[in-house]
Design a protein. Structure first.
Length: 66
């Protein structure tokens, strides 16, 4: 995984990406899972185009301009 991109760690990061339609890449233990826009966010979970992910189990990376 390329750690030079900004990881989403705070609730405000997820809210900002959802509000502005900025794509997010999802990783599971360093393995790329998906890329998409956040469609809903809660303190423990994030929904990306219909799939729900536990924020404590996955890594989320900002992909602006993708």
């Amino acid at each position: 995984m390329d750690h030079t991109r900004k990881m989403l760690t705070h609730h405000s990061h997820f809210q900002y990406h959802m509000k502005h339609g900025i794509p997010v890449q999802v990783y599971d233990q360093g393995v790329h899972i998906t890329l998409g826009c956040i469609t809903a966010v809660e303190p423990q979970f994030v929904e990306i185009e219909g799939a729900v992910y536990n924020r404590n189990c996955f890594t989320f990376v900002s992909r602006p301009g993708y």
